[in-house]
Design a protein around this ligand. Structure first.
Ligand code: COA
Length: 326
């Protein structure tokens, strides 16, 4: 059977790395408070000339190299972001132009922190439907540009970055228990718009005509995150026909170390199976899952044949999970 098989990963971070101590010079906070409540130690912040599109381009170029493909081989480019370079055109088309891909389908997906999971399901569906053969799926953000740098309850939590994967239509063994069953095995997505007001940006083209700043009721978000993430991971594993103990690695959305711990505990997953980068990158929204995935692939923790579960939750609320044999 044809599945969307992961053949490459890449990531990119802005040059400037900012410590908690540096932030404490700007707002009333401390390294101790941030580490204890979130696990975050550093975040990268985009400088002049660095945008969502340039970070996406660099991550995509690295993913193409790791897949052994040229830009012209790509026929689908899906970019998840909540911080596009412009209201339009889609940042995906800017990245397409930067990579010099003459013709492909290119569009953005807006589902905030779960945007990458939404993008994976879209690309997987388009590949399995036979419409496309080689997709770049990217998560890229510059949340530093929509943060209220006077608000200590939010500005310490986020960072900038990008991650990308290549998915290719390949013949794959039908039996999910067979190591030859490579590719995206199942995806599950959800949204509940009743929670719009708990995590949002207070501006936009059709309302204020401004970009706006991020606003969040952190405690409420935390409560929903653990319940929703554990449930959607179980759902995706069930859809794939795999038990929890078949999972080699979980690559979660990197929002907060306490959410990662609590979610793993709820599923009785040992913490050694959870990829953690939140300490180094903070919350990079749609970029966080592919960034963490790329790191764990490059340092050899995730090996060919491993079962990997990706999961994320974000503004909307939206949330989702994907089960992939790499
Ligand atoms: N530095 C120091 N103190 C801070 C602070 C900071 N950066 N931010 C908030 N505080 C203070 C608050 O003002 C509050 O003080 P008060 O008790 O005098 O009113 C106190 O710390 C506790 O705040 P609270 O919001 O209750 O803390 P918390 O334990 O819920 O932790 C978060 C706050 C944001 C870290 C936590 O709620 C969280 O991680 N939520 C999930 C957020 C998230 O991941 N969102 C993205 C999902 S995509």
């Amino acid at each position: 059977m044809i599945r969307a098989v992961l053949t490459g990963t890449g990531s990119a971070l802005p040059a400037r790395r900012v410590s908690n101590a540096e932030l404490a010079e700007r707002v009333d906070t401390s390294d101790e408070w941030i580490v204890e409540r979130t696990g975050i130690r550093f975040r990268h912040i985009a400088g002049e000339g660095e945008t969502t599109a340039t970070l996406a381009r660099d991550a995509a170029a690295a993913a193409l190299i790791s897949a052994g493909l040229a830009p012209g081989d790509i026929d689908l480019l899906v970019l998840a972001t909540a911080t596009p370079d412009n209201t339009f055109p889609a940042t995906a088309t800017k990245v397409q132009a930067m990579l010099a891909i003459d013709d492909c389908v290119a569009f953005d997906v807006a589902a905030v922190c779960s945007g990458f999971l939404y993008a994976v399901q879209v690309a997987d569906s388009m590949i399995r439907a036979g419409a496309h053969r080689r997709a770049l799926v990217i998560g890229a953000e510059t949340f530093s540009r929509i943060l209220d740098w006077e608000d200590r309850t939010t500005c310490v939590l986020f960072g900038d970055g990008a991650g990308a994967i290549v998915l290719e239509a390949r013949d794959s063994v039908a039996d999910v228990n067979d190591p030859g069953a490579r590719g995206v095995l199942a995806t599950r997505l959800h949204a509940d718009g009743r929670h719009n007001g708990l995590l949002f940006v207070d501006g936009g083209p059709s309302t204020t005509g401004t970009v706006g700043k991020l606003r969040m009721k952190g405690r409420e978000v935390f409560r929903h995150a653990v319940v929703n993430l554990a449930a959607v991971m179980e759902e995706a594993l069930h859809a794939a026909g795999l038990p929890t103990d078949a999972v080699d690695w979980v690559v979660p959305h990197q929002a907060n170390a306490r959410i990662l711990d609590a979610t793993a505990r709820k599923l009785s997953l040992p913490s050694e199976k959870v990829v953690v980068t939140v300490d180094q990158h903070a919350n990079t929204s749609a970029a966080s899952v592919p960034l963490a995935l790329d790191q764990a692939m490059r340092d050899g923790r995730i090996q060919p044949g491993h079962i990997v579960v990706l999961e994320a939750m974000g503004g909307g609320f939206t949330w989702g999970a994907a089960v992939i044999r790499v």
